[in-house]
Design a protein around this ligand. Sequence first.
Ligand SMILES: C[S@@+](CC[C@H](N)C(=O)[O-])C[C@H]1O[C@@H](n2cnc3c(N)ncnc32)[C@H](O)[C@@H]1O
Length: 204
Amino acid sequence: MPTRTMRRAFGLTILNSQHNDVRKLKREGNVPEIHGNKFWNSSFLIMDYLRKHPPGKQTRVLEIGCGWGLLGLYCAKTFGCSVHGIDADENVLPYLELHAEANGVTMTSEQKTFEALNTRYLSRFDLIVGADICFWDEMTGVLFNLIGRARRAGVKQVMIADPCRPPFNDLVEKTRTRFDDVTVVDSHLKRPVNASGEILIVEL
Ligand SMILES: C[S@@+](CC[C@H](N)C(=O)[O-])C[C@H]1O[C@@H](n2cnc3c(N)ncnc32)[C@H](O)[C@@H]1O
């Protein structure tokens, strides 16, 4: 049941910063430093898209800049995919674990930056997803290069969602110039929250 500190959306239990277990993690010193202090809404845009275009159970998913990991947990819980999450900030990972437990689902995770994901590493995955991860100017080039490495690694598809911050819009434009199969999905949700933005989908 939803409460003041917890809600249900897309079949997931999502705790907020007032939840006792979240507060406990923070008290224990897990203080996210790169905006991973909460769950961000663009993940819902990709969840909504995937609900209509479900990946197969065998799809190996990598969530980049995973934060609390709800998007990856959605793929594991709803489609039975194996999911791994990476984030530059190790302080977010306990919150991912907490949500994995709250949702009775497993997802592996580790501290790693976008820049450190080489082709060998990426070759273990079919689908890369990321939400609200292109918010600083320098992230445009970093993510553009990552998509290039993903193509060389044999990854099939990359999906990145954002409320259209300028660095994300630049990433969309850059991606269109380099990759043949680029789709941008305009997405507006009224539920579970008012959220809108775009999903950049690159078929590799
Ligand atoms: C705005 S939060 C979004 C978190 C999560 N995707 C969500 O939707 O709730 C951005 C996340 O990207 C991570 N991040 C920022 N720069 C990164 C980098 N260079 N490599 C990997 N993760 C990074 C941050 O630590 C943070 O968890």
